[in-house]
Design a protein around this ligand. Structure first.
Ligand SMILES: Cc1cc2nc3c(=O)[nH]c(=O)nc-3n(C[C@H](O)[C@H](O)[C@H](O)COP(=O)(O)OP(=O)(O)OC[C@H]3O[C@@H](n4cnc5c(N)ncnc54)[C@H](O)[C@@H]3O)c2cc1C
Length: 335
């Protein structure tokens, strides 16, 4: 790892202005879990790390705060996954947020990893993470996953790169129609979580829409009715510490015996957190039943195009989605 200096600035304006200058020589550090991995792996060698946690005053309070706002929540970008996982005030309407945070990584990592850093971590594809392999994401000519060992790669929305999006929290936030507030030298703006992530068909070299000097300040969860339910489920090879093989987050309300406001998000199947319009169309306005959930699960994966080694993800994610729908609608699972 190359030597670097650590810079501590106390205002967002100073951090943002510094990050906008010669951005290839600097990196912003939140919890540092992904960033330090990238430095140790030799993927990046910045001269300087700018410590986001040094920001003080009102902006520091916003970035570390968790505040109720008109029935929704404002989550500071520096709130840790451990804080989210144990936040008892996230009542049943927001359960998926707590469950996703509790599922990511290990207890030790969750104590340091921040919500903002989790959303903006880089992919774990073993070809991308190998310093000697110049894959498509690093300016090379091809995505090695297309013909290589692609057991963990995308089955939906892939091409020209077949990475899967790594953030567990992103999936739950997508199911909740969350947005992020971003500070830049030009002022603050709000980006819907669905627009934060950039598919490889648009630009294979990056995963999100933030530019140098953009700092994520908060994540905003819109208000929910008391009838809303959500949940997050994942399957991993090692339950104790691993990225998922497949994951789902669902949100819906059941009022008058019918489903409404349905959101279905699928993870570790696509280069971006994947919203399934097909499943939502099957479910919206219908009465919950095992038969309906089975049809929705089939619809969710109907456009999947597995690579040579990852066809197992189709039944895995279908099963997870059915289980999640049974859970939030309190319909017993069939024997
Ligand atoms: C063994 C292991 C298992 C794991 N399992 C999972 C898992 O199951 N699910 C999962 O989601 N993750 C998993 N992770 C990844 C881990 O959760 C992430 O690395 C961590 O959440 C990143 O957060 P951080 O605060 O440390 O980010 P950092 O490493 O500090 O930052 C990540 C990136 O985001 C940028 N950044 C951070 N904050 C901001 C901000 N506010 N504004 C603008 N840019 C910012 C940084 O510059 C950097 O490029 C695992 C990690 C390990 C080691």
């Amino acid at each position: 790892m190359n030597p670097f200096s650590l810079v501590r600035l106390s205002t967002l304006s100073e951090v943002s202005a510094r990050m906008a200058q010669a951005p290839e020589t600097r990196r912003l550090r939140a919890g540092g879990i992904d960033l330090i991995d990238r430095l140790k792996e030799g993927l990046e060698a910045p001269d300087e790390l700018v410590e986001l946690r040094a920001v003080a005053g009102d902006d520091g309070a916003r970035m570390t705060g968790l505040a109720e706002r008109k029935g929704g929540w404002s989550i500071g970008s520096l709130v840790t996954l451990a804080q989210l996982a144990s936040f008892a005030d996230f009542a049943r309407p927001f359960a998926a947020i707590r469950e996703a945070a509790a599922s990511a990584a290990t207890p030790g990592i969750r104590n340091a990893a921040t919500a903002g850093g989790n959303l903006l971590q880089r992919p774990r594809c073993w070809y991308y993470r190998h310093v000697d392999l110049i894959c498509l994401k690093k300016g090379g000519a091809q995505c090695f996953a297309l013909t290589g060992d692609n057991r963990y790669h995308a089955i939906l929305g892939g091409g020209p790169s077949f990475i899967v999006h790594p953030s567990t929290l992103a999936l739950a936030l997508l199911a909740h129609d969350a947005s992020v507030v971003v500070f830049s030298p030009k002022g603050e703006r709000t980006i819907a979580i669905a627009d934060l992530f950039v598919p490889p068909s648009v630009d294979p070299s990056r995963e999100h829409a933030l530019a140098p000097g953009d700092i994520m300040v908060t994540i905003e969860l819109p208000p929910a009715s008391a009838a809303q339910r959500s949940t997050y489920l994942a399957v991993k090879e090692k339950q104790s510490h691993d990225w998922p093989l497949g994951e789902v987050a669902v949100r819906a309300s059941v009022t008058g015996g019918k489903l409404s406001g349905v959101r279905v998000a699928l993870g570790h199947v696509a280069p971006i957190p994947w919203r399934s319009g097909e499943a939502e169309a099957v479910l919206e306005g219908q009465a919950p039943s095992a038969e309906l959930f089975a049809r929705a699960a089939q619809a969710a994966l109907s456009k999947a195009k597995p690579l040579e080694h990852n066809g197992y993800k189709i039944p895995l994610v279908e099963g997870l989605l059915r289980q999640a729908l049974h859970s939030i609608c309190e319909v017993p699972l069939p024997e």
